[in-house]
Design a protein around this ligand. Structure first.
Ligand code: PEP
Ligand code: MG
Length: 766
């Protein structure tokens, strides 16, 4: 430590100083005097409490930092001295939103001398940004004649005061402040990219799934009350985190285990709660204290260039926001508050049910910090026609609530606060997409027939009532996968039989004579139902491989019985197609079929109208089933390969884990060899084989599937056009001849050779 310095003031001294200043500020702010008078008084108070010769306030006006009030500098300079952002020490503080504390101000490289202020008399300088919604709206600084070196605790006190000043300044309308504009650290146009999860483009304003709380009151009326509020908020937050950690296995909140571990560590961190309490002791409200501590941490962390630490910082930001939401009682997600305009939603991660709470008409895109291609939230978004960009880093820092965003997943771009040229680039991309879409729409009534006259069955995946419209829009052959659990996910309570029946009937009516394959509920994994919680003793380490889908449905067979009756009654007089998910062993299929048969008999005994016929199908998504096809095929009318789960089980790679999102390629030979063996095993059986995972919705992957013998695809509606165009440009016999050899040729990944083959044969791949 510098021996010439005064002994460091203890943090309690700083707290006392800050509290004294705040008490006096409180009186100033309560008085009915003009804002300018108040600012002058505030400068007096701070200067005297911190024994400083100068205290000045600069505020942002018309893009410049204007000296608004001072004690100690020349009064003639007030409203005359103006500095640009980044100019001089004051401008630097505002631009970096960071404090400066200098014994010798003039030795700093950004020092700019302003003679009209008379500041050349003062050698030491400490200044802090006045921050509102993460943006510097001004600067508060103190200066001293001697090279004094302000103590850290004094700068702390200044920062606390600056927080209160922000409130006063904003209420008095003294600065340029666009209501709702949270402009800030980042003001310029920015482009970022991520992982393309759902293709498409969207224009909208940024809305955070968990809105940032705006703090309106910063000075505490009663410190004890504020302490108590923070105490209860911590207790509630810890309970929430513990509960989430417990439920993470069931995927309720879509949070990752690792994140939850970090959350837990912070939630119980004594240092964090102590610092918040100290800020309250200094006179801040609970909300302001939480924010104050967060600001301080943010600034400290910004100086450390370690990506791991920055990730942790991110977790702490999340948690701090959660604590703020609890303490302020503003608990709703953006979905509960309702979307008011076209929106690009931003979240760390979402569960499928959370996404479904949003108004589809206004939701134009989704940006996730995590996310993976086959996570159910991605599938739901795809079904909703909402483009999704995943694994986008640093959203809180780069994007402000309300910012205009242009999301172009096709080009892997997110334009933040776009400039005119960016907007133009986006619009021309949009025009191309629309043109392409129009070309695909023109294919609507054309059959998916290859150039060598092979008819491919092209169906769509669906799950929501509105999805049925996709049949007519795309001209698909039917619904190859109707995920019945989506209705369960959007309901607050378990849908009763009548409600299920109504949906199934509506879907069948809309489909007319096109088949609809209803898959029985596949809940569990990342599709958890809040009203169907497991008991604590049932918590699972690996829910995707756990008690889900048919496993759960056979055990809680009440659920499946109700669904069986609802399906049969809805399909009265028609053919019912039922498909069972996650079959691992033949007996599961037998038991499920038997259950359906018993419900059929019961309905018959009670004189109810019945389906004309029932066709049974199974999903092949657990690899073990492939080894018992000789047992199960005679029991089936159709078999559908679910590549989403199949990939995760084949590669032992959690489909919802963003870290593995890019690790396994559907064009790897392992999955294609596996599927071609299944194709062979089905030969000679009267069973229709198809693929209904996301893989089939990508043109090159779909071509590979056709190449190894698949001729039914059930895909997301948006992919029907591109896949149909691919099919219609394809010579299937030539492709199959090529693929047969390729799969056995020792090539580990077929992406490259098949891309080349497609290009050489003019197959439309996009
Ligand atoms: C699959 O696993 O491939 C599938 C289609 O089902 P889901 O994505 O609903 O698990
Ligand atoms: Mg599946």
């Amino acid at each position: 430590m510098n021996a010439t310095r005064r002994p460091e003031r203890s943090s309690s001294t700083a707290v006392v100083a800050a509290r004294k200043i705040l008490q006096r500020l409180h009186e100033v702010m309560a008085a009915r005097t003009p804002a300018q008078v108040k600012l002058n008084q505030i400068c007096e108070i701070i200067a005297s409490e911190l024994s400083s010769e100068v205290c000045s306030v600069y505020l942002l006006r018309e893009g410049m930092l204007e000296l608004f009030a001072t004690r100690g500098l020349k009064q003639e300079a007030v409203h005359v001295t103006r500095l640009a952002l980044g100019e001089g020490l004051v401008g630097t503080i505002a631009a970096n939103v960071e404090a400066l504390n200098l014994e010798e101000a003039s030795s700093h490289r950004d020092f700019a001398h302003r003679p009209e202020t008379g500041e050349d008399l003062f050698r030491s300088f400490a200044g802090v940004p006045i921050v509102r919604r993460e943006r510097a709206i001004g600067v508060l600084c103190v200066q001293h004649h001697d090279p004094r070196g302000y103590e850290e605790v004094e700068v702390e006190a200044l920062q606390t005061v600056a927080m209160v000043l922000a409130e006063l300044i904003s209420h008095a309308g003294l600065v340029d402040e666009n209501p709702g504009d949270t402009r800030p650290l980042e003001t310029g146009a920015t482009i970022i990219s991520g992982l393309q999860l759902v293709m498409g483009m969207g224009r909208g304003h940024a809305v955070f799934h968990q809105p940032r709380i705006i703090i309106e009151h910063t000075v505490a009326e009663d410190i004890e009350v504020e302490r108590q509020r923070v105490y209860s908020a911590f207790t509630r937050m810890r309970e929430q985190i513990d509960r989430m950690a417990g439920q993470a296995e069931f995927g309720v909140d879509g949070e990752h285990k690792e994140v939850l571990e970090t959350y837990k560590m912070f939630a119980y961190d004594e240092g964090w709660s102590r610092r918040i309490n100290e800020a309250i002791d200094a006179g801040l409200t609970a909300e302001a204290a939480i924010e104050r501590v967060q600001q301080r941490t943010r600034m400290r962390m910004r100086q450390i260039d370690d990506p791991l630490l920055q990730d942790r910082m991110h977790d702490l930001e999340d948690l701090s926001n959660r604590l703020l939401r609890i303490v302020s009682g503003q608990l709703g997600t953006a979905a509960q508050l309702g979307l008011r305009q076209d929106t690009i939603l931003i979240a760390r991660n979402l569960g499928p049910a959370e996404l479904l709470e949003y108004d589809r008409r206004r939701l134009k895109g989704l940006v996730l910090e995590e996310g993976s291609l086959t996570a159910h939230v991605t599938i739901v978004a795809r079904a909703m026609g909402v483009p999704v960009l995943g694994r986008v880093k640093n959203t809180r820092h780069l994007i402000n609530e309300g910012d205009l965003l242009l999301l172009d997943v096709n080009q892997n771009r997110l334009y933040i606060r776009p400039s005119v040229p960016m907007d133009e680039a986006f619009e021309s991309g949009l025009a191309i997409t629309q043109k392409r879409r129009a070309a695909y729409a023109a294919l609507r009534d054309k059959a998916p027939i290859t150039r060598d006259q092979q008819r491919i069955e092209l169906m769509v995946n669906a799950g929501l009532r509105d999805d049925v419209a996709a049949l007519d829009v795309t001209g698909a052959d039917g619904i190859g996968l109707f995920r019945t659990e989506f209705q369960f996910l959007v309901s607050a309570t378990l849908p009763q039989r009548e409600r299920q029946q109504r949906l199934y009937r509506d879907v069948l009516d809309a489909a007319g004579d096109r088949p609809v394959i209803f898959r029985t509920v596949d809940i569990g994994g990342d599709k958890a139902l809040p009203y169907l919680r497991k008991s604590d003793s049932d918590q699972e380490e690996n829910p995707a491989m756990g008690w889900r889908a048919l496993r759960l449905a056979l055990e809680r067979d009440g659920l499946l019985k109700v669904q069986a009756r609802a399906l049969m009654e809805a399909a009265a007089g028609r053919t019912l197609h039922v498909m069972f998910p996650m079959i691992s062993e033949p007996w599961e299929l037998m038991e499920a079929k038997m259950l359906f048969q018993r419900q059929h008999d019961w309905l018959a005994q009670h004189g109810r109208k019945l389906p004309r016929a029932i066709r049974y199908g199974a999903m092949l998504e657990v690899p073990a089933l492939a080894e018992t096809l000789d047992f199960v095929l005679p029991e089936l009318d159709f078999l559908s390969i679910g590549t989403n789960d199949l990939t995760q089980f084949l590669f032992a790679a959690d489909r919802a884990n963003p870290k593995l999102a890019l690790r396994y390629d559907w064009m790897g030979v392992a999955i294609l060899r596996f599927i071609s063996r299944v194709v062979k095993a089905c030969e000679g059986h009267d069973v229709t084989l198809g693929v209904c995972g996301e893989m089939g919705g990508r043109t090159l992957e779909a071509m590979a599937l056709l190449g190894i013998g698949i001729s039914r695809l059930s895909i997301t509606p948006a992919s029907v056009g591109p896949v149909k165009a691919m099919i219609r440009s394809l010579d299937l016999a030539a492709l199959r001849a090529y693929c047969g050899d390729l799969v056995q040729s020792g090539t580990q990944n077929l992406r490259e050779p098949l891309t080349q083959w497609a290009s050489a044969h003019n197959v439309e791949i996009n």
